[in-house]
Unconditional design. Structure first.
Lengths: 368, 91
């Protein structure tokens, strides 16, 4: 598992991210930060969507700040909450749209976690809406979004790719807010190998704006955050690391259950990476059973295949072995090797140019 | 403000209570409102239908002030919240 650079984030930013977690060794300084470190911390807190934890740590008296620093933190948090409310309005509109067409769906991440995982939803802010729909409903859900005026950020490689292989796609509302439509939790082999029926076998309801919405059940939700924390690049974002730790340390998720589900999903490497990164970054108790397991477990080479893939091409190649069946593999390779013109046009590429570019980047082809 | 009417939060209004204040986004509003101090307490009291007199009496205890003084403070807030669609008259 890739080691993290401890200096990626300011120690106080990590302390904000860990605030309220039992057993963290991170502690705030006794006195307010000077201007330069404060400026870095407040910038990182904003970018990592941690304003709720910052404001709470200050109002609890755990983090000493000047009046000016408090004003800046408070203004940032109000702006973040305003954005969350605007996104929730969008969420309700889309949920109503799909529900009226009989499309089952689950709310992922921010709006669900704020209500189902944290004691106070204002702690958990977010910048977009993530919704999961069953594979067989992807086309209908996409069609309804298009009819409602959402603009798809990028076309699918070939018709039917999303429904069969894709992680999902991003749609932009008229006001610029984003909806991520998910079929699975990650692109690449780890997303392909998740048994998708598992994601809809149970749910956790919550109320929003007079509506009853459905989030994921606690175990599935925890693994969703592990996939989010572990498979979206290095360095990982602090917020999903906090969510992982919150599920394990506060949410009451049992280590044995989590390991069993990760094994079923062929995602033990994802769980190990998410736990190691969360514990390391937030300086949590290494004696916790899950952390101790993640530290000593031996993963087979086949389990970690695709874990380090960072580019689209690397993930695509690593995915080939995970796609079930020979005909599936052929369809997958065909879609990526010979995508539709619309897909290429959106990327300003041609069919041969994209492969030349990939080969050139790996030193197999000369020229610039 | 009609003293006989009872007010409550509109069910479609989205809102969030924070240590900085309560942020409220009415169903059709373009922008959210930030309620602080007395207005934030008023919002908390509007979880159940209540008349101006009910609200003033409950908040008088919180602020250790007279119900009349509280009434004078909250009436314009109720008017504004009603005009913006954040609260509605209870049936």
């Amino acid at each position: 598992v890739t080691a993290l650079d401890p200096n990626t984030y300011h120690p106080v930013t990590r302390t904000v991210a860990a605030y309220g977690l039992p057993g963290t060794r991170l502690a705030f300084p006794d006195d307010p930060l000077d201007a330069a470190p404060w400026s870095r911390v407040v910038r990182e807190v904003r970018a990592q969507r941690l304003t709720g934890f910052l404001v709470e740590s200050i109002t609890d008296g755990a983090f000493a700040v000047t009046d000016e620093q408090w004003d800046e933190a408070a203004a940032d948090h109000l702006a973040a909450i305003d954005q969350c409310l605007q996104l929730e309005r969008l969420l309700i509109a889309v949920s109503d749209l799909w529900a009226s067409a009989g499309i089952s769906h689950r709310v992922l991440k921010g709006p669900a976690l704020g209500r189902l995982l944290y004691a106070d939803p204002s702690l958990r802010t977010y910048g977009d809406i993530d919704l999961l729909v069953p594979s067989e409903s992807i086309d209908a859900a996409t069609r309804l979004l298009n009819q409602a005026g959402f603009r798809r950020e990028a076309p699918e490689p070939r018709p039917g790719f999303d429904r069969r292989f894709g992680k999902g796609s991003t749609f932009i509302a008229a006001d610029g807010h984003e909806i991520d439509l998910h079929r699975t939790f990650a692109s690449g082999p780890f997303g392909i190998r998740i048994p998708l029926d598992d994601l809809f076998s149970a749910s956790a309801p919550f109320e929003l704006g007079g509506r009853r919405l459905e989030g994921l059940d606690p175990l599935t939700r925890t693994l969703n955050q592990c996939y989010h924390a572990a498979l979206n690049g290095v360095p990982p974002r602090l917020q999903p690391l906090r969510d992982v730790a919150q599920h394990v340390l506060v949410g009451g998720v049992q280590a044995d259950d989590l390991r069993a589900l990760a094994t079923r999903w062929h995602g033990r490497a994802v769980l190990v990476r998410a736990i190691r990164w969360s514990w390391e970054t937030l300086e949590l108790d290494p004696a916790h059973p899950l952390a101790a397991w993640a530290d000593r477990v031996d993963l087979r080479p086949t389990e970690v295949r695709g874990l380090e893939g960072r580019t689209t091409l690397e993930r695509a190649v690593a995915s080939i072995w995970a796609v079930p069946g020979v005909s599936g593999k052929i369809a997958y390779i065909r879609a990526l090797a010979l995508p539709d013109g619309e897909f290429l046009a959106a990327r300003q590429q041609d069919r041969f140019g994209r492969w030349k570019k990939a080969l050139r980047a790996r030193g197999f082809l000369a020229g610039g | 403000v009609n003293p006989v009417c009872r007010y409550q939060r509109a069910p479609e209004t989205l809102w969030r209570s924070t240590p900085v204040g309560t942020v409220v986004l009415p169903p059709t509003a373009a922008a959210s409102l930030v309620l602080q101090g007395t207005a934030a307490v008023l919002w908390a009291e509007l979880s159940e239908p209540a008349s101006v007199a009910d609200l003033a009496a409950r908040m008088a205890e919180v602020f250790d002030a007279s119900a009349d003084a509280i009434s004078t403070d909250i009436e314009p807030v109720l008017v504004e919240l009603t005009e913006r669609g954040a609260i509605a008259l209870a049936p």
